[in-house]
Design a protein around this ligand. Structure first.
Ligand code: KIV
Length: 293
């Protein structure tokens, strides 16, 4: 799976494509996107999975956590991302509160993400306690990606964004969560913030692809938050984040340069301005100054 040569028709990546990759032991890449240009760039680079994550709240909307993000906000961004995606498997997060008030509400909200947002699958957080819901959504033809380990929507229960699965009991719990979600029909599993050894066990035991974030290299796929990858965040990045480009510095320098050029009247230049035809200019110059009509 590589970047698409220009002009070549996009091959649609599906849940089956990701499963085949797992079986071939071919790792795949996933990234978050929240708008058209970044979704299009990621898609054209051959990124296999694009997630409209509810991390949207923190990295785009400037919120302190993902908890206030609404289904309408997710839809707004999902629609933009959908327009940029031709090939990647598009997953959209179910935000906090959109699947907590009963299965019918969850189905209704998930269907909106599919029909209005163009999602190929929805993602929701939680373990065995979500199995019945995953089964119901799957029965309604809504593919579901699970999310276990460090689940940001449970920040208050976890007492912060902490690495999970550090004791034998916690590891057993995660193994049971993964098995329950897979048994309920989940098509893939995000594993966030767990020790490498734990993610490796989860991946070996799972019949569906695992997608790691802060979970070591043995997962079937890796996912990163776009703003972390390109230094567009304003917090100290977590240990597992690697920078793949410094867009933050580029933008800072660009803004400072632009402001200085405007202040010095060196922007815009002559060839960056529109001009009247010589005839109209001559007519204008022949008129008394200040006349407007
Ligand atoms: O919302 C998000 O960006 C996510 C990723 C961290 C997997 O859920």
């Amino acid at each position: 799976m590589s970047a698409r040569p220009e002009g070549m028709a996009a091959r649609k990546i599906t849940a089956q494509t990701l499963l085949d990759a797992k079986r071939r032991r071919q790792p795949f890449a996933a990234v978050t996107a929240y708008d058209y240009p970044t979704a299009r760039l990621a898609d054209e680079a051959g990124i296999e999975l694009i997630l409209v994550g509810d991390s949207l709240g923190m990295v785009v909307l400037g919120l302190e956590s993902t908890l206030p993000v609404t289904i309408d906000e997710m839809l707004h961004h999902a629609r933009a991302v959908r327009r940029g995606v031709q090939s990647s498997f598009l997953v959209v997060d179910m935000p906090y509160g959109s699947y907590h008030t009963g299965a019918d509400d969850a189905v209704r909200n998930a269907l909106r993400l599919m029909k209005e947002g163009g999602a190929a699958a929805v993602k929701l957080e939680g373990g065995a306690e979500r199995a019945a819901l995953v089964e119901r959504l799957t029965r309604e033809e809504i593919p579901v990606v699970g999310h276990i380990g460090l689940t940001p929507q449970a920040v208050h229960r976890m007492g912060g964004y902490r690495v999970q699965g550090k004791s034998a009991a916690a590891i057993d719990g995660l193994m049971a969560d993964a098995a329950a979600l897979e048994g309920a029909g989940a098509v893939a599993l995000v594993i966030e913030g767990v020790p490498r050894e734990v993610a490796a066990r989860l991946t070996a035991a799972a019949g569906i692809p695992t997608i790691g974030i802060g979970a070591g290299p043995e997962c079937d796929g890796q996912i990163l938050v776009l703003h972390d990858m390109f230094q567009l965040g304003f917090r100290t990045p977590a240990k597992f984040v690697r920078t793949f480009g410094d867009a933050g510095t580029l933008l800072r320098q660009g803004f400072a340069e632009y402001r200085a050029e405007v202040a010095a009247r060196t922007f815009p230049k002559e060839d960056e301005s529109y001009h009247l035809s010589p005839e109209v200019r001559a007519e204008l110059e022949a008129e008394p100054a200040g006349r407007t009509k």
